[in-house]
Ligand binder design. Structure first.
Ligand code: F6P
Length: 324
């Protein structure tokens, strides 16, 4: 292997820049060339590459987003798109590809490998933490801190006005963010996709908290929760069916994906970049690097894609006890 390329794909997450930096500098350390691919697989198809050396990634370890930009490429899902990408890769003499992204990005990498026998290595980058084979994805820790900070601020106004707040956090398919920030932010209830607590239980819990003397409450709602009502319908339900509540809704949205990566995410990204490049140099392919028991481990890409990232249900119980 003489030349590697790195791209970021799917939803951006804090720590992606730190991962790019690590990939580029590990290549420089091993005297290999490195190309940055712009806009994920879109750039791979178009040959939008830029040579990167150790100095070209200075000053980015502390930056959110991704300097290489990201995209969700429709064309790469087609055979024709992937053939174009392969031609670009061959023309540029690239010997292997590091893909920083989530399960959709890994699926693309795996198919690309299967079709053209091209070496690929994944680095899990998503705030959702929904990838099997790593306890933490890049950006998850930063997003938790960002969201807890927001909840603390919402609590100030909730308690000043004796209000009930429904706060929606990201997590299309999983409740990792909701569960953790719910416990850290002292939420009354946490609604997640994995466990439908049901409306009755929510009502009961809100009533219980009021009779126990609480004057304000926060309920954390994961984007993909299964209670059957969206967050505005939940507010309407409480307004119509429960006496004396002053309810507000706060949807945190994409602010959760931005900002400077935490120390944890910077260290994780640095470790993952080294492991990804050195694994490719060792002849490994079709793996994702992950953090397991505080060690860098490789998980086959197909497992990382299909495996379920399990939420920690103990946290739900802790939350229950804490909201007594
Ligand atoms: O990054 C993952 C995620 O935050 C999901 O939780 C969310 O549903 C999705 O991204 C929204 O992303 P976009 O606006 O880029 O489609």
């Amino acid at each position: 292997i003489k030349k590697l390329a790195v791209l970021t794909s799917g939803g951006d997450s804090p720590g992606m820049n730190a991962a790019i930096r690590s990939v580029v500098r590990t290549c420089a350390y091993h005297n290999i060339e490195c190309l940055g691919v712009y806009r994920g697989y879109e750039g791979l198809i178009e040959g939008d590459f830029k040579p990167m050396d150790a100095r070209s990634v200075k000053g980015i370890i502390n930056k959110g987003g991704t300097i290489l930009k990201s995209a969700r490429s429709k064309e790469f899902r087609t055979v024709e798109g992937r053939q174009k990408a392969f031609k670009q890769v061959v023309d540029a003499d690239i010997d292997g590809l590091v893909v920083v992204g989530g399960d959709g990005s890994f699926t693309g990498a795996l198919i690309f490998n299967q079709e053209f026998d091209f070496p690929v290595m994944g680095i899990p980058g998503t705030i959702d933490n929904d990838i099997y084979g790593t306890s933490h994805t890049l950006g998850f820790d930063t997003a938790l801190n960002t969201v807890v900070d927001a909840i603390d601020k919402i609590r100030d106004t909730a308690s000043s006005h004796n209000r009930l707040f429904f706060v929606e956090v990201m997590g299309r398919d999983v409740g990792h963010i909701a569960l953790n920030v719910g416990v850290a932010g002292g939420a009354e209830e946490i609604l997640i996709p994995e466990e439908d607590l049901g409306l009755d239980r929510l009502v009961e819990s809100l009533n219980r908290s009021r009779t126990s003397g609480k004057t304000s409450s926060i309920v954390i709602v994961a984007e993909g929760d299964k209670i059957g009502k969206n967050i505005f319908e939940l507010k309407d339900y409480v307004d119509e069916n429960m006496e004396g509540y002053d309810v507000r809704v706060s949807v945190l949205g994409h602010m959760q994906r931005g900002g400077a990566p935490s120390c944890f995410d910077r260290v994780l990204a640095s470790r993952m970049g080294v492991k990804a490049v050195e694994s490719l140099l060792d002849g490994e392919t079709n793996y994702m690097v992950g953090l397991l028991d505080n060690k860098m481990e490789l998980t086959p890409l197909d497992k990382a894609i299909k495996g379920k990232s399990k939420i920690n249900l103990e946290l739900l119980r802790v939350s229950d006890i804490m909201s007594t």
